[in-house]
Design a protein around this ligand. Sequence first.
Ligand SMILES: *Cc1c(COP(=O)(O)O)cnc(C)c1O
Length: 392
Amino acid sequence: MRCTSEIDVRDVDESCINIDPIQVGGRLTADAMKAVIAYGDGYSVCDHCRKPFRLDFIQKPPIQQFHKELAAFVNMDEARVVPGARRGFQAVAGTYVQKGDPVLITALSHYTEVLAVENNGGIIREIPADDGKTITTDSAAETIETVSREFCRPPVLLFLDHFDYQYGNEHDVRGIIRVARQHDIPVVYNGAYTVGIMEVDGKGLGADFVVGSGHKSMAAPAPSGMLAATTERAAEVFRTTEARTDLTGRTFGIKEVEMMGCTLMGVTLVGMMASFPHVRERVKHWDEHLSRGRKVVESLERIVGTRIQSEMPRNHTLTRVDTIQSFDKVANTHKKKGFFFSSELKARGIAGIIPGATKVWKFNTYGLSAAQSDYLAETFLGIAEKYGLDIQ
Ligand SMILES: *Cc1c(COP(=O)(O)O)cnc(C)c1O
């Protein structure tokens, strides 16, 4: 099947069990798919845009209401939709970071945080991870002290990933935010791997900002995401234009500078909105997704030589595993080399693991049904058995 003569149809999630770490939380709901078709045209949400001409005021479809619900969803005061979590980081960095300013991230931070800081001339300092690949409150406190001494002032911003993209480990956001607040450092809670799959309480954690990714964790089309803020911070990051052009003397009302006026003007926003009722419901069932994921991890651990590199027990469905002493040993003598593993998985209907990877790889079981996760667990064992690996 094809979309056009050049573009194949994509049916990974229809024909396979997909465990691609970055894709599973972004799969569209059926409602979002309908919205995608209806709102695919450019500027489609602008049909009923009236004064004061801003996206988050549109009432039909109920975009204004959606913004209120988004803020409440992560327990913050204000929210805006943005084209990806990274654009949320960019808006915050654009507000607080100037050339030469120190900005804290962590040793496990996502690259988009680095780019957001770099874009504004900020200087990155990383909070180190401990041996278990977690960012502790002590480590954060120490780094704040060191960096404050180095720059003779505290960092202007801290980006903190609740669960990191490398290990899916949980970091002590509550403790770290408490320390940051003692130094008056605004904190961006990066919920790329939380907002939309588990409950997030932004103000409860003391965060100044909560960033979420629509296409990673909110069953929305790309690029989409959200940036939420407290009332105090909203006034800064969502400041409106004050520009007046010199020749024509034009002004631009209440367009927000960091949002470039309007952000998601069609399919992305309406897709996100259509999935939202499902997303709001599914976060209450995170425990079930987690326990299914843990079962898959247990089965992998039974394959002798396999090492789970992520923290144990797992607190996220994204897991990093080291199979150098198991599947990679098979790869060493197999005629397909490392590709034997992905092709065995593919033959069994599993997609989403990097082809050729048999040393260290990641997978995410989020969204699988109980039957699918049981099948996945058995599949890993089955492949191990076929190649004579020992199973405990
Ligand atoms: C995926 C990811 C991002 C980027 O999200 P986008 O919505 O694609 O911009 C940022 N941070 C973390 C931790 C991520 O995993």
